[in-house]
Ligand binder design. Structure first.
Ligand SMILES: *[C@@H]1O[C@H](CO)[C@@H](O)[C@H](O)[C@H]1NC(C)=O
Length: 267
C-alpha cells in the first residue's frame, strides 16, 4: 500500500473532507500551548504542517515539511483568525535530520530555529522531550493535535485533538514495508476510526505530557495505524543541534539575508 505523507497542499485538497484529524474533537482553546502552525512556501506552492515548541527558540516538526520558507504561528486556536494570543515568527534556519530519507520516509524529523525567542505565556509554552530511560509501551494512551488541512476559503480551522493508543510494532511492520521500530512508533487502533491525517504532519504525539512522536505518514484512506517518528531515538542529535545553534550565535545569524533562511542540508 502506498503510504501517504500527512502534509497538505492547498491545491490538492480543495473540497476534500478528509483533511482533519479523524474521529477527534475540537480542543479546548490553548490547552496545547506548544502547538505550532506552519505555513510553508515552496516552488510547488503553499502547504501547511503542524509543529511544536520545544524551547523558546526551537520548533520541532517532520523533515518532509521542509520548503523554501516557513512561517510559524504559536498561540493559535483558530488559525484563520487574528487572535490576540497568536505570535507569528519567521524561521531563521530549518535543520532537517541529515539522514532523512524521503523515499522510504525514515528519520522524518526537523528542527526549526526561530528568528527570535517567543514570549512565554499561558497560550505559548514549550513541551517536554523524552528521557533516555523509559520506552513507550503498546497500549499507552497518547494525544495528537492538529489543524488538519487548511483551505483559504472555508473550514472552521480550529485545533482538533484525538486520543490514540500505541500499537505493537508488528501492526505497522506488516503494513508498511519500511517501518523501523528503532526510530518509529506505530500508533492508532485499526479497529477504531481515529487517526491523524492529511495536514497533521509534523504535529506531536504527546503521552503523559511528554512529546514522544511526530506525525509522519499513514495509508491513503486514513485507516489506522499511522507511523510516527520516535523522538527518543533522536535525542542525541536534537541536543547536539540545539547546542550548536545556541543563542550566542544568533546575532550574526540574524543579520544574514532572508535568502539564506532554511539552508537545506545543514549538517
Ligand atoms: C512569512 O512572513 C513574512 C514576514 O511577515 C511574509 O513576508 C511572508 O509572506 C510570509 N510567508 C508565508 C509563506 O506566509
Amino acid at each position: 500500500m502506498q503510504p501517504l505523507l500527512l502534509l497538505v497542499t492547498f491545491i490538492l485538497l480543495q473540497g476534500d473532507e478528509a483533511g482533519k484529524i479523524i474521529g477527534g474533537r475540537e480542543a479546548r482553546p490553548h490547552s496545547y500551548p506548544y502547538m505550532a502552525f506552519l505555513l510553508i512556501q515552496s516552488p510547488e506552492g503553499l502547504s501547511a504542517c503542524g509543529g511544536f515548541l520545544v524551547r523558546e527558540d526551537f520548533v520541532m516538526t517532520a523533515a518532509h515539511c521542509l520548503g523554501g520558507s516557513i512561517n510559524v504561528t504559536l498561540g493559535a486556536h483558530n488559525i484563520q483568525r487574528q487572535e490576540r494570543t497568536q505570535q507569528h515568527i519567521t524561521v531563521l534556519r530549518a535543520v532537517p535530520h541529515p539522514n532523512y530519507n524521503p523515499q522510504i520516509i525514515r528519520n522524518d524529523i526537523m528542527l526549526l530555529q526561530l528568528s527570535r525567542q517567543i514570549r512565554r505565556n499561558r497560550a505559548v509554552q514549550p513541551v517536554a522531550l523524552p528521557q533516555a530511560s523509559k520506552r513507550l509501551q503498546p497500549g499507552d494512551l497518547c494525544t495528537v493535535a492538529g489543524w488538519g488541512r487548511v483551505s483559504p476559503s472555508r473550514g472552521t480551522n480550529v485545533l482538533q485533538e484525538v486520543q490514540l493508543r500505541v500499537q505493537r510494532d508488528q501492526k505497522c511492520s506488516g503494513r508498511f514495508e519500511s517501518f523501523s521500530s528503532e526510530t518509529q512508533i506505530c500508533v492508532g487502533n485499526p479497529r477504531e476510526r481515529k487517526s491523524a491525517f492529511r495536514g497533521d504532519s509534523g504535529g506531536p504525539l504527546v503521552c503523559n505530557n511528554v512529546a514522544q512522536g511526530i506525525v509522519s505518514y499513514g495509508d491513503s484512506n486514513g485507516t489506522p495505524p499511522a507511523v510516527f517518528t520516535r523522538i527518543q531515538s533522536f535525542m542525541p542529535w536534537i541536543k547536539r543541534t540545539m547546542r550548536r545553534l545556541a543563542p550566542r550565535h544568533r546575532r550574526t545569524a540574524d543579520s544574514l539575508s532572508r535568502a539564506q533562511t532554511n539552508s537545506r542540508g545543514f549538517p
